[in-house]
Ligand binder design. Structure first.
Ligand code: UT7
Length: 340
């Protein structure tokens, strides 16, 4: 019997060296051209403008046209975020795209987006549905601090209209399209607090593509749409997500009264209101209510709301914002950030 092989050398690896801290340098957004008011969809689902507004807060949404794809919307939002960050595109060293509506099983959207931006850097997609943007911010934070990238583009993008059944009463009025992006880069002071994140895969069937690709193929089914057990998800979001948001506030070492903005995922106005109440947020705190005109754009909803509120002067540059995403998986992620 031969002796076990010994290691060749005693050399120590060079460890990657990152920045001490990271922050969001800039955000950008892309809203598709076509505005779709409730009136345009109510007949098919036997609903009313009044019901939709009362139950969800939504008045209108944007649906992308054929020329507005996951890739083109990402590129537009990314260019805006890079410009807002005040860096050059070639300084971007990683592209993370969060989406559940890229129409190719493979490859990921991110390398195509990177190519369209003239980049050859690391580029990959993540699948964390409506929590994807907050997952991306957390990963980018760790990449910048861990030394695997200098500036990271995080993009949340959806063309959910491609995966929505226009006759489904529980989703047809909710899901919409758009893209939001952020540039995360090095910082002298902490700009992204600890992320509180997790999953509950036992509830995976509460929001999902109705049939798997294999079922579609083997049973000759029509193109699948995304379905949702609205009430179950609603209850989980209302009762489960406020404690997660509170833990993100605590982990950041601040209190709710220190916050300058609350930027929750835009799932339903009633969920947003319930969270504001449970977190006992100060009455005058600006709260993202982009859902009124944007509906639920999943991974894009938080950066889109952030971009709009910063642009309209509703929230202060340099202020503290609590953001929380939650959705299909079920998965969630929350963190306090310094607004760019
Ligand atoms: O982004 C990922 C996370 N997603 C979410 O967090 C979404 C969570 N869920 C929701 O936002 C809500 O569950 C919905 C907005 C989807 C639905 O609101 P709801 O208050 O939960 O409605 P429901 O399903 O409990 O239905 C209430 C009533 C029912 O009638 P009855 O049984 O009380 O007579 C439904 O048949 O409303 C009826 N209904 C509708 N009526 C008009 C259900 N959908 C519609 C509709 N228009 N579209």
């Amino acid at each position: 019997m031969s002796a076990a092989a010994a290691p060749k050398g005693t050399g120590t690896l060079t460890a990657p060296a990152g920045a001490r801290h990271a922050r969001i340098w800039g955000v950008g957004g892309y809203r598709p051209e076509r505005v779709v008011p409730n009136s345009e969809i109510v007949d098919v689902i036997d609903s009313s403008d009044e019901w939709i507004q009362e139950r969800s807060g939504i008045k209108s949404r944007r649906w992308a046209g054929p020329h507005e794809t996951v890739v083109t919307m990402s590129v537009a939002a990314a260019r805006e975020a890079v410009a807002a960050a005040g860096i050059r595109l070639d300084q971007v060293e990683a592209v993370i795209v969060s989406t559940v509506s890229h129409p190719y099983q493979t490859p990921a959207a991110a390398p195509i987006v990177a190519d369209a931006l003239g980049l050859r850097c690391v580029a990959f997609d993540i699948s964390a549905a409506c929590a994807g943007y907050c997952h991306g911010i957390s990963l980018a934070n760790d990449m910048v601090r861990g030394g695997s990238a200098g500036f990271v583009l995080v993009i949340g993008v959806e063309k959910l209209s491609d995966f929505t059944d226009p006759t489904d009463r529980s989703t047809a009025f909710i899901f919409a399209d758009g893209a939001g992006a952020a540039v995360v880069g090095p910082s002298d002071t902490p700009g992204i607090g600890p992320t509180i994140w997790g999953s509950d895969g036992a509830q995976w069937e509460t929001i999902k593509q109705n049939e798997s690709w294999l079922e579609v193929r083997d049973q000759g089914l029509a193109f699948p749409s995304i379905g949702m057990q609205g009430q179950s998800v609603f209850r989980w979001a209302v009762w489960g997500m406020a404690p997660v948001a509170q833990r993100a506030i605590d982990a950041a070492g601040i209190t709710a009264s220190d916050l300058d903005a609350f930027l929750p995922h835009q799932a339903n106005m009633r969920i947003i209101d319930a969270m504001v109440k449970q977190l006992k947020l100060p009455g005058d705190i600006p709260v993202a209510r982009d859902i009124v005109e944007t509906a639920n754009t999943s991974a894009a909803s938080i950066p889109l709301a952030t971009e709009r509120m910063l642009r309209e002067g509703e929230i202060p540059h340099g202020g503290l914002a609590l953001q929380i995403g939650f959705g299909a998986g079920l998965v969630y992620a929350a963190q306090v950030i310094v607004l760019p």
